[in-house]
Design a binder for this molecule. Structure first.
Ligand code: MLT
Length: 241
C-alpha cells in the first residue's frame, strides 16, 4: 500500500483521497456533522450555494438548507454562517443540510471528486478516525491532499497530514513518498498542534481577524470520530469503523 502527501492539490487521484484544510474548512465540516447536520453540500462558487436555497414557498422549502462559507476568512454576504468551527459547534444543525463554499477547502474537495474514488475530509479533530476510514477503503494508494491557502502551501495542513501519516504508518504496510516524509518531519519536529497552527501564515491572519479561538479549536486532535465522505458531489456523514 502506497501513501503519498500532496503539499498542494494537483489532481489525478488514486482510490482514496483525504482532503485536509485545517484552518478551517474541514475542521468546520466535522463540527457541522458533530452538531447534527444530515449532510454537507460543497459548491464550487458562492452563487451556486445561494441559488440552492429555495425561495419562500418554492418546492423544496421543507429541506432546511443553511449556508456557511468565507472569503478572506470573513462570512460571505447572504450566507447564514461564516466558516468558524467555534460558531458551528455552538449551533444545533439537527435535520439541516449545510451548504459550504470556502476559498480553498471546498474547491480542493471538488477537484478530488473528479478522479478520486473515495474522497474523505480530514482535520486534526477527526484525524484518527479519518486515517482508519482511509485505510479501510484503500486497495492500492492513499493520497493525503493539503488544500493550502491561495495556492500556497499551508504549514497547518502539512502538519495535519503528518499526524494522519503517523496514524497510518502505525497500521503498517505502507511505502511513503517524499511528501509524506516532509509531513512526518513537520509532525515530529513541531512541538504541538497549537504551535503549528498559530505560527502558520493563515493562523496568524485568523488571529489578526479576531478568530484565534478557531485556531485553538482546530488544534484539538482526534476529538471526533465523524468522517465526511464525498458522495457524487455531496457529502454525507459517515460513522467510523
Ligand atoms: C479555506 O477553505 O481556505 C479556509 O477554510 C479559509 C478560512 O476558513 O479561513
Amino acid at each position: 500500500m502506497r501513501l503519498r502527501v500532496d503539499l498542494l492539490p494537483h489532481g489525478n487521484y488514486p482510490d482514496v483521497v483525504v482532503i485536509i484544510d485545517v484552518l478551517r474548512a474541514t475542521t468546520t465540516a466535522v463540527a457541522y456533522l458533530e452538531r447534527g447536520a444530515d449532510a454537507l453540500l460543497l459548491t464550487r462558487t458562492p452563487e451556486v450555494a445561494l441559488a440552492l436555497r429555495p425561495e419562500a414557498g418554492e418546492a423544496g422549502e421543507s429541506r432546511p438548507l443553511v449556508l456557511g462559507g468565507e472569503r478572506g476568512g470573513l462570512p460571505i454576504p447572504g450566507f447564514d454562517f461564516g466558516n468558524s468551527p467555534v460558531e458551528a459547534a455552538a449551533q444545533n444543525f439537527t435535520g439541516k443540510t449545510v451548504v459550504m463554499n470556502t476559498t480553498n477547502g471546498t474547491d480542493a474537495a471538488h477537484v478530488a471528486s473528479q478522479t478520486g474514488k473515495h474522497v474523505l475530509l480530514a482535520s486534526l479533530t477527526n484525524a484518527h478516525a479519518a486515517a482508519r476510514r482511509a485505510r479501510a477503503l484503500a486497495t492500492e494508494e492513499i493520497a493525503i491532499v493539503c488544500a493550502g491557502t491561495d495556492a500556497r502551501v499551508s504549514l497547518e495542513d502539512v502538519y495535519a497530514a503528518g499526524v494522519l501519516a503517523e496514524y497510518l504508518l502505525a497500521l503498517g504496510g505502507f511505502s511513503i513518498d517524499d511528501g509524506a516524509r516532509i509531513a512526518l518531519t513537520m509532525r515530529r519536529n513541531v512541538g504541538n498542534p497549537i504551535e503549528a497552527l498559530s505560527s502558520s501564515v493563515h493562523g496568524e491572519r485568523l488571529g489578526q481577524l479576531g478568530l484565534g479561538e478557531d485556531v485553538r479549536y482546530a488544534a484539538q486532535v482526534s476529538t471526533s470520530t465523524l468522517v465526511p465522505v464525498l458522495v457524487s458531489g455531496e457529502d454525507v456523514p459517515e460513522s467510523t469503523l
